[in-house]
Ligand binder design. Sequence first.
Ligand code: HH2
Length: 305
Amino acid sequence: MGFSTVGPARTWRTGDREISLESPVIAGILNVTPDSFSDGGRFDEPRNAIARGRQIAEEGAAILDIGAESTRPGADPVPAEEEWARLEPVLRGLRDLPIPVSVDTHKLEVAERAVDAGASAINDVTALRADPGLAGLAARTGVGLVLMHMRGTPRTMQLDTDYGDVAAEVRGALADARRAALDAGCEPDQIAVDPGIGFGKSLDGNLELLARLDEIAALGAPVWVGPSRKSFLGALLDVGPDERVTASVAACLAAARRGAHVLRVHDVREMRQALDVEGAIEARRPGVVHGARPPARARAAGGCT
Ligand code: HH2
């Protein structure tokens, strides 16, 4: 077992699968867009996207999160038809993937088609503000639902990043969105929450949210967190998106120690290695009875070398 999560949630239900949250798990990011801030234009050819999706599963992700509309600060919305045209061939090509696929969309029309095409969860960066009907879709079909906090829209979110108490405000908004999803008929273990790192927050706001993640985890829901390669890390270290891998891993480990269950990252292999090392060390603390989860290569070789 090794690295144990500390947030109270223990499982996340996505359709007919149940993901154990006893240890932190990875949601690997696949953006099939021309303009995402980090991987835009790399996977907008379906063939490349499908190959990267398979690689993400092989590298040790528990979830594949596919997005077809960039939500970077200042991004323009994409019409539903175009978003679906980007998603469809990739979802169809990954139907047999051994891990559940979540689709990062806030449009009901796109989400419905994605679920029909086999998606197991919807990742809604507007936490039902764009379309409350997403909760009804999750309730009807049993797919997982991620409710992420964002102030305003991607176009406006960085215009006002002042909060009285950022963690309390984000927690309150997520509690309200979760209540709305429950009222629409979702089961508690279907609904995950996410503080929305980088979505309408300052450098200090992002750092404080990560530092006080236990307050979000206290809601009792599975907690997603997505600091991967984001600009607050660039502001802290003065480096571009491609040089933020180590910083992303460090931010995710800090988040996991404070209650995060699902780490949404671009660099799955590096994150997996960090979790495996942390878990192997944790398992050797006096009083920890479980055996360590051996690193991926040792697992493949049938033992721990
Ligand atoms: N961040 C992004 C997009 N979706 N979903 C959740 N639940 N949490 C996040 O932090 C989150 C998210 C933005 O990152 P990325 O997908 O890499 O970039 P872009 O929006 O430019 O495609």
